[in-house]
Design a protein around this ligand. Structure first.
Ligand code: F6P
Length: 255
């Protein structure tokens, strides 16, 4: 197949929407892997999108990562909405502070003049430890809210990168990858068809909860994430994706 050229980003957006069969794709110019500032573009495009969706009283879930932190950075301070709550979509203690969902949620909450509900649980812990944490009132409350999100904004990662970042053992890492995982989002690993092949042990949203959230927005950049984005896009046809030009072009051309 010939490498397809596009006259403008809108044409590219419509083409990716058709290929992925999702409601809306927003494409920002550039490549995050080459230029750091493209993260700002992803962040501000997503921030604008969120401002258009928010209603009074909304509960907003966020995940962690470099991409999500750019959204909190780029969010403007002039929201007119009241009684908003921002909740990290899963436990995240023990990672680089700036990119943890907890810190991203708190920054976003400040910008939106929203309440911030901490989810004070580690990213990974034994089943027993998790059970004990679930007895904690604060954890329970956060978890109840998580089950009733109005909006989820989530990052998308490559399975191989995320198993590394999560510090999984070599054994676990290779078993996750052998199961065909190409993508990771909100603590779940998926194969190219969007089938869940593994989930990290943490308190967070389940797939069936994810499917019920009225507004879900996935954000990712870099052409190395194209397969991961394709995988995640199969989860819901009514999701919105904010991606960069390099990921979009790779999706069009590896189809
Ligand atoms: O760890 C949180 C998370 O949102 C993952 O679910 C996702 O795979 C990853 O971060 C994306 O991180 P980044 O934006 O740094 O590539």
């Amino acid at each position: 197949e010939l490498y397809r050229e596009f006259n403008n980003l809108t044409e590219l957006e419509r083409t990716v929407e058709e290929i992925l069969n999702v409601k809306k794709v927003i494409v920002v110019k550039g490549d995050v892997s080459k230029d750091e500032y493209v993260f700002d573009s992803l962040g501000s495009a997503t921030a604008k999108l969120i401002e258009g969706i928010l209603q009074d009283g909304y509960k907003i879930g966020v995940t962690g990562g470099r991409t999500l932190s750019a959204i909190a950075d780029e969010m403007s301070l002039n929201t007119k909405r009241k009684n908003l709550t921002v909740i990290p979509a899963r436990g995240s203690l023990g990672r680089s502070v700036g990119y943890q969902s907890n810190s991203i949620a708190s920054k976003l909450a400040q910008k939106l003049n929203a309440e911030y509900q901490i989810l004070p649980v580690p990213d990974t812990a034994s089943e027993e430890a998790m059970k004990m944490l679930m007895d904690n009132q604060e954890v329970k409350e956060a978890y109840e809210k998580l089950k009733n999100l109005d909006v989820l904004i989530f990052g998308v990662g490559r399975a191989d990168v995320m198993t590394g970042r999560r510090g999984s053992s070599d054994e676990l890492k290779s078993s996750i990858l052998k199961s065909g995982a190409v993508a990771e989002a909100f603590g779940h690993y998926f194969n190219i068809k969007g089938e869940k092949v593994y989930h990290s042990q943490s308190i967070g949203i389940t797939i069936s909860e994810f499917l019920k959230i009225p507004n879900v927005i996935g954000v990712a950049g870099g052409d190395e994430k194209s397969e991961a984005i394709m995988s995640i896009s199969t989860l819901r046809s009514d999701m919105v994706l904010v991606i960069d030009e390099s990921a979009a072009k790779r999706i069009v051309n590896i189809r």
